[in-house]
Design a protein around this ligand. Structure first.
Ligand SMILES: *Cc1c(COP(=O)(O)O)cnc(C)c1O
Length: 404
């Protein structure tokens, strides 16, 4: 077209800033020119002729084959996530746990060894502590904040190191770059579950991770609707360890859920920044109340690893953890007195959600492991949502009054 000659060259999406990538990145527009991304609810694809089908199966011609491993809506979501993270490649999965499981099993075989931080999301801990050893992959759990423990746990056959930072629910900060250095010195890969930080507040690749996983169920959806997950890594890592594993075992993200996540990414920066503003104000308010024994929030000066948090994160995130004065009885009374904040074990939602880890998410690990991890009976984890901050503070004030 002649007019194209007068159009200045378009800026490649990779040169645009994150918020812009999140609105436009990865869009595949159909012949109808729709503004909003289309949802392709299809299992399969038709080919114009047998030769095309043959070429696609041989990988000689680009195109979709079957939605267990390739679908246009899912591909848009994967491309937008990769652009956000600055990763070469991404693969979406049906849930965050499907992403973690594939990221681990995809690169391990019997005889390998895994080192992981103790403070893991409950199901992640099951994978490392119970599932992998059943298939001949023993694991060592360490205090993630102590680099000497990581060093001491490494063996010649250690293939993978695995961590979350900030951790759930204590919001401990693990030195990602420090662990990456140890892992690489021993020829192991570092997998980071970056859910609590989100891609906007912590770039685990820049800190040395080889593979980053998310439960997109949390902030990426952000409105509590669909489960989803994603694995991000280099092209080589995805091709060597992940692509075929997912293709053949089938934990595929539904195109419907991928569409919800894709649209969620467009508003992620504005939502997350508002949640973070609310979390910062909530943390400061709770710290001012005598009924609250301790507040944990990464960007507060009294956080035990404040300096490390400021070094490796761009913000404190949407979750505040705190201990009420007393134990389970006071924690329950506090939570039951809330009305705007809802009781739920999820996080990253538009709605503020509170949970009592000792009796819910961390009930299974038992009292000794909880004590060792500093998860007391008075601890509550609050995921701050998008409500007006004054309503949140009034709600929390009433709950403090209820246990005064
Ligand atoms: C929620 C969560 C998961 C699991 O994700 P699902 O989507 O629920 O399967 C894994 N890791 C962390 C840190 C999480 O918060």
């Amino acid at each position: 077209m002649s007019s194209a000659q007068n159009t200045p060259p378009k800026t490649p999406i990779k040169n645009l800033r994150p918020a812009t990538r999140l609105v436009h990145g990865g869009t595949l527009r159909s012949q109808f020119g729709e503004t909003s991304e289309a949802m392709f609810l299809t299992q399969g694809y038709v080919y114009p002729d047998m030769e095309t089908a043959e070429a696609r199966f041989k990988g000689e011609s680009a195109g979709f084959i079957y939605s267990r491993f390739s679908n246009p809506t899912v591909a848009m979501f994967e491309e937008r996530m990769a652009l956000l993270e600055g990763a070469e490649a991404a693969r979406a999965t049906a849930s965050g746990m499907a992403a973690v499981t594939a990221a681990m099993l995809g690169q391990l075989k019997a005889g390998d060894h895994v080192v992981a931080a103790k403070a893991l999301f409950g199901s992640c801990r099951y994978i490392v502590e119970e599932l992998l050893p059943r298939f001949g992959v023993p694991s060592t759990l360490v205090d993630g904040t102590d680099l000497d423990q990581w060093r001491a746990a490494m063996r010649p056959n250690t293939r993978v190191c695995f961590l979350e930072s900030p951790t759930n629910p204590q919001l401990e900060i693990i030195d990602v770059a420090g662990v990456a250095e140890i892992a690489h010195a021993h020829g192991a890969n570092l997998v980071v579950d970056n859910v609590f930080a989100t891609p906007l507040l912590q770039n685990a690749f820049e800190l040395g991770a080889d593979c980053v996983v998310y439960s997109t169920t949390k902030h990426v959806d952000g409105q509590g609707r669909c489960l989803g997950g994603v694995i991000l890594a280099s092209n080589d890592f995805i091709q060597t360890h992940i692509h075929n594993f997912l293709r053949q075992t089938g934990p595929a993200l539904s195109p419907f859920n991928a569409w919800v996540m894709l649209k969620g990414l467009e508003t992620l920066p504005v939502r997350l920044m508002q949640q973070q503003r609310n979390a910062t104000a909530v943390a400061d308010y709770l710290a001012s109340r005598p009924e609250i024994a301790r507040v944990l929030y990464p960007t507060r000066k009294d956080h035990p690893q404040h300096e490390l948090a400021m070094r490796q994160m761009k913000g404190g995130g949407s979750v505040v953890t705190f201990d009420v004065q007393g134990g389970k009885e006071e924690a329950f009374a506090f939570s039951n007195a809330l009305s705007v904040v809802k009781i739920s074990n999820n996080l990253g939602d538009a709605k503020s959600l509170i949970t009592h880890p000792a009796t819910t998410t961390h009930q299974r690990i038992g009292p000794e492991a909880r004590a060792e991890s500093g998860i007391g009976d008075g601890m509550l984890r609050l995921s701050c949502g998008l409500e007006d901050i004054d309503d949140l503070i009034e709600d929390l004030a009433a709950a403090c009054d209820a246990i005064a």
